[in-house]
Write a protein that binds this ligand. Structure first.
Ligand SMILES: [Zn+2]
Length: 158
């Protein structure tokens, strides 16, 4: 009888067509406000329109499906100083990023703490977290954060 350590390959291994991969689960979030304080001059600025931003998040390990967060957010125009700005969502992701902070942090840890090469980290993110991140993107994140260093020593030393 096979034990708990029995090897079973990833269900998506060998899949070559994107449409054969498991579909993402969509989680909707809202950052949609009628008015927001202008970051430049502090006046209250009305909403100009709403936009949806799609973010790749860590996937659902139970269903094996990727997870996307669709954030409906408001864009504002300040009549006081003329500034255009978006409702704040930096708790979720950096501006212009397609990935949540969670995805960035797990990918960077794979490289910095575990010493994985970028390509392996990219595969690991898909296999264990169901999020596809090109390895060059992971490389950019690591280099922006101060680069590779030696794997951290265990916090418990005997
Ligand atoms: Zn303003």
């Amino acid at each position: 009888m096979p034990g708990p350590g029995r090897y079973s390959p990833d269900a998506t291994e060998g899949v070559t067509r994107v449409e054969d991969l498991p579909k993402a689960k969509i989680a909707r979030q809202s950052r949609n406000y009628k008015r927001r304080r202008c970051p430049k001059c502090g006046r209250s600025a009305y909403r100009l329109r709403t936009v949806v931003r799609r973010l790749h998040d860590l996937g659902d390990l139970v269903s094996g499906r990727p997870r996307e967060i669709h954030v409906c957010y408001s864009q504002h125009h300040c009549l006081g100083c003329g500034a255009y700005f978006n409702a704040d969502m930096e708790d979720l992701a950096l501006p212009k990023s397609h990935y949540t902070h969670r995805v960035v942090h797990t990918a960077v840890r794979l490289v910095v703490e575990d010493g994985l090469p970028y390509r392996s980290a990219s595969w690991h993110q898909w296999r264990d977290h169901r999020v596809f991140v090109p390895f060059a993107t992971i490389q950019n994140w690591v280099e922006a954060g101060g680069g590779k260093r030696r794997p951290a020593t265990s916090p418990v030393s005997i």
